[in-house]
Design a protein. Structure first.
Length: 143
């Protein structure tokens, strides 16, 4: 049995001064707002992009500690979007977290299984979303 990892402010980010950059791809911006609110205490920077092409352009020119993608993504199939991110930078693909509206869709379930990335079902709990994003971001920094 593995010990529980600390969550929330127990990560000590505010003391360590680790600013995290997060890109959120979602049409409405609700989850980006949740992350901004809860991440304000730790200096988390959240950039919102509402379309897949814009997200891919941002990933080509900028580095992010975590990338949050709401599925279904506007204008592109999840597998095509994920492949495009892998083609841009495999490291960025390893920082992706998905938010899913409908797990009853077999195509979505297969994609999530094949992608092997963490995901949450919506509506998300703000603290749970924050914890997952921070875990992914810190895990990648430690490698």
């Amino acid at each position: 049995m593995e010990p529980d990892l600390p969550t929330g402010l127990d990560f000590g980010l505010e003391a360590a001064g680790i600013p995290l950059r997060v890109l959120v791809l979602e049409p409405m911006g609700h989850n980006a707002g949740l992350l901004e609110e809860i991440g304000a205490l730790t200096g988390m920077s959240v950039d919102l992009v509402r379309d897949t092409r814009g997200a891919l352009r941002r990933l080509e020119r900028d580095r992010f500690d975590a990338v949050v993608i709401e599925l279904p993504a506007p204008g592109m199939a999840p597998i095509d979007l994920f492949r495009a991110i892998v083609a841009i930078d495999i490291d960025q693909a390893c920082r992706v977290v998905f938010l899913v509206n409908d797990l009853s869709d077999p195509t979505t379930r297969k994609f999530l299984t094949d992608a092997g990335r963490p995901f949450l079902t919506m509506p998300v709990d703000p603290a749970e979303l924050y914890d997952l994003v921070v875990r992914v971001a810190l895990e990648e920094r430690e490698d």
